[in-house]
Design a protein around this ligand. Structure first.
Ligand code: NI
Length: 178
């Protein structure tokens, strides 16, 4: 296990679509997930996608089992390993919400996302995951899965006046300068 450097916006590897995982429950996959979990924990992230550490596979992790200092008001999302995810929006309703990203450190932006969605995939041992979620949980999944398609949250924004540095947007809130 190792804490890995997180690629930052501008690195072309973040813009590349990632490949599906064909073999589950392998030592390589478990090692990748261990590195992702250690890296995410060290940075208080709410989620991390494999391409953010330079590994071009369709693997994301997310979850907050305690209030996250980067998202102090967010609801708790179960800790999840999601491989080869498929997203299906439920309805057309979108909502705006603030997002940050470990690949865009120190910043936040207001991003429209589907309010409700179904997501499917498997975990590291091939067990099926099939959930219907809404709100912050749905937002986190959309953000992380976007990374697998080479999309960073600023590319989803519709109003760039709502993009800036944590300390300027939320002065005195002590949001971690990730
Ligand atoms: Ni991100």
């Amino acid at each position: 296990m190792a804490i890995r450097p997180v690629l930052r916006m501008g690195d072309p590897r973040l813009l590349r679509p990632s490949d599906r995982v064909l073999q589950l429950d392998t030592p390589e996959l478990h090692a990748l997930l261990a590195d992702m979990q250690e890296t995410m924990a060290s940075l208080n992230g709410a989620g991390l996608a494999a391409p953010q550490i330079g590994e071009p596979w369709r693997v994301v992790i997310f979850g907050t089992d305690a209030p996250n200092p980067r998202y102090p008001d967010a609801e708790i999302v179960p800790r999840t390993v999601l491989i080869n995810p498929e997203l299906e929006p439920l309805g057309t309703q979108m909502e705006q919400g603030w997002e940050g990203c470990l690949s865009v450190p120190g910043m936040r932006g207001l991003v429209p996302r589907y309010q409700q969605l179904r997501y499917r995939g498997v975990d590291e041992r091939g067990r099926a995951i099939d959930r219907q979620v809404s709100g912050f949980h749905a937002r986190v999944v959309q953000h992380e899965v976007d990374h697998l398609d080479g999309i960073l949250y600023p590319m989803r924004m519709t109003d760039l006046s709502q993009f800036g540095f944590n300390e300027e947007l939320f002065p005195g809130q002590g949001l971690q300068d990730d």
